[in-house]
Design a protein around this ligand. Structure first.
Ligand code: GCU
Length: 594
């Protein structure tokens, strides 16, 4: 049996065992009592995925004179958690396969408390073992998961092992090839969460979609207890409501608020919201705003808005590694603020909570998406189940983030009946959890119709979306069919349209030859931007733009030996943090829009 076949068999075997599946994470993990398990962990590179067969998660020590083990976790490779492994050791830069992480920890076990192991994200699939017992497994590299460990914790020396495999698969999301680095590892925070026996498991608190002074609150306890008293407070608005749970342990209330200052990028006002039950109290800052689409306009708090957006990957270019901390979020978001943006497309996968929460605090609308990126296997039911799980985990985690305007369900998919039904299920999944947000997807299907001398797009699926996004690289992948000032668009009329990707590559410091695409010069890139900004004047339903991309980023198939060196150079900012000439054009364009 080929090793790959063996590998895929063991993972798929696991997926069949439902009790192994990880649980949806409780809401607002950051507002709870947590023991942080970040730090330097021990690691073993398991290139032939033999560790599980050899049960190395038992962490056996040789006894007597005749025992020996061909592994030990201590005194070997050490890896930072959170972080990708690729950026931590030269031999791991291109590594795709299995790496074991392990650490020991003590815990303050208390009667009447429950404990959960929480992972912010592990790319791409993993199995979690505690004290020699497998807790379960998770697939999907960008959303959180948790396992209850209440009855499995020791006071001392708990041994936690995590088997991580980032190898690509045709049934995965993303699939076999994608334009970003396949960073593997425990890439986000790891916490041991402590809760009361009966705790506040979930809530969704938001302003009504249209009314400026009605708040809808749904709150759920961890067990189906009827009649429990839940207290909801927003001190600054002098809100102090009591709710009673139903037989499912759920409570729902809509109430009016006076003098609510709605959140906006220009005035990102947030309110402390406190949810309390029987001595437990969790709180967080929340943004309340109204967001809807009418005709070709997007309305924020009743006013039409133009989205001055940009995108970035979850990567710190100078470190050539995944972004994972609040400090990383400060770096990425400060550059977007300097450019004059009011929205970020967090490409192409749900990014970490530090970035999402800081973006809300700084005043950015957000587009969060799952990595349905180009060649996904839309005919495979397991792939659809994985996508639905990723939607559940993404929307579940961030539904209380008022800054999030869009859930994105796809990037550059090609029309087909199976694609349509796959995406319709994802849209239904989004709306079943959160009916308030706008649904978006990006397409690369705009063509120039020579007959009509118009840019057009033919994909009826766009009618299923609230806002239509188009990626179009005129001046880069596509030569101009007509001059920019004669580039008229008739795309998705009757709906708001966003140009979600445009741009071209430039190596910082390479100048001249503004008319030669192969120059990879800043001057060519600046000229390309000027041409696209001119074209934007001729798109009647344009309601937003997002240059691709804010920073140069790592990509394994950007081969050019001097211009790229494994980097996609479409950044307005170089991998060393230098702003290219096009950055200044984009900034003045955004300044020119009221
Ligand atoms: C595509 C894709 C991006 C990619 C970009 C490029 O539109 O959405 O993920 O990086 O093109 O080719 O640079």
């Amino acid at each position: 049996m080929k090793i790959k076949h063996y590998l895929s068999k063991t993972w798929s075997l696991l997926i069949l065992l439902p009790f192994y599946l990880s649980a949806q994470t409780m809401t607002n993990v950051h507002g709870r009592k947590v023991q942080v398990l970040n730090g330097r962990w021990n690691a073993i590179i398991d290139q032939y995925a033999q560790g599980r067969k050899n049960e190395i998660y038992l962490n056996k020590k040789p006894e007597g004179k005749t025992e020996f083990y061909e592994y030990a976790f201590k005194h070997g490779l050490r890896l930072n958690v959170p972080a990708d492994w690729n950026s931590q050791a030269p031999e791991l830069k291109y590594y795709e396969g299995t790496v074991w992480y392990a650490r020991e920890f003590d815990s303050q076990r208390q009667a009447g408390k429950r404990h959960f192991l929480y992972f912010g994200a592990v790319n791409y699939r993993c199995r979690i073992y505690l004290n020699g017992e497998q807790l379960g497994e998770h697939e999907g590299g960008f959303t959180p998961f948790q396992f209850e460990v209440t009855d499995k914790l020791l006071e001392k020396d708990n041994f936690l092992a995590v088997e991580v495999d980032n190898s690509r698969s045709p049934h995965a999301i993303p699939a076999m090839a994608f334009d970003w680095w396949n960073y593997g590892g425990i890439t986000r925070d790891v916490f041991l969460i402590e809760t009361p026996e009966l705790f506040i498991e979930d809530y969704f608190i938001r302003l009504d979609k249209h009314l400026p002074d009605h708040i809808d609150a749904e709150i759920k306890l961890s067990q189906p207890v009827a009649g429990a008293r839940i207290n909801l407070r927003i001190p600054e608005l002098r809100i102090n409501q009591t709710l009673r749970t139903d037989a499912q342990g759920k409570a729902q209330l809509t109430f009016k608020v006076e003098k609510l200052q709605r959140w906006s990028p220009a005035a990102p006002k947030r309110y402390e919201v406190v949810v309390a039950h029987a001595g437990e109290e969790i709180s967080e800052e929340m943004a309340f705003r109204n967001l809807w689409v009418k005709g070709e306009d997007i309305f924020l708090n009743g006013e039409p808005i133009f989205l001055k957006a940009t995108s970035f990957h979850e990567e710190i270019p100078q470190r050539q590694g995944r972004a994972f901390s609040e400090a990383d979020a400060v770096m990425l978001l400060s550059e977007a603020k300097a450019l004059g943006c009011n929205m970020i497309r967090l490409a192409h996968y749900p990014q970490n909570e530090h970035t999402v929460r800081l973006a809300e605090k700084m005043g950015f609308l957000l587009w969060q998406e799952i990595p349905i990126w180009q060649g996904i296997n839309f005919d495979n039911t397991k792939t659809k189940e994985k996508a639905q799980g990723m939607i559940r985990e993404m929307v579940g985690r961030d539904k209380n983030r008022g800054a999030i305007a869009f859930w994105g369900v796809a990037n550059e998919t090609q029309p087909s009946p199976s694609r349509n039904s796959f995406l319709l299920d994802l849209i239904a999944q989004c709306k079943s959890i959160d009916s308030t947000r706008l649904i978006i997807a990006a397409f690369d299907l705009v063509k120039f119709d020579r007959q009509r001398q118009l840019f057009v797009m033919d994909d009826p699926f766009v009618k299923e979306l609230d806002v239509v996004a188009v990626n179009k690289y005129l001046g880069w992948y596509h030569p101009w069919p007509v001059s920019p000032d004669r580039s008229l668009w008739e795309v998705a009329r009757g709906q708001p349209l966003i140009i979600s990707e445009f741009g071209g590559e430039a190596l910082y410091g390479q100048t001249g030859k503004a008319d030669m695409i192969s120059s990879w010069s800043e001057d060519y890139q600046a000229r390309l931007y000027a041409d696209n900004l001119e074209m934007f004047k001729h798109i009647p339903n344009l309601r937003g733009t997002a240059p691709w991309i804010l920073f140069d980023f790592r990509s394994p198939f950007r081969f050019h030996p001097s211009n790229q060196e494994g980097w996609n150079r479409k950044g307005l900012v170089s991998d060393q943090g230098h702003r290219k000439k096009a950055w200044y054009l984009m900034k003045s364009y955004y300044e020119s829009i009221p």
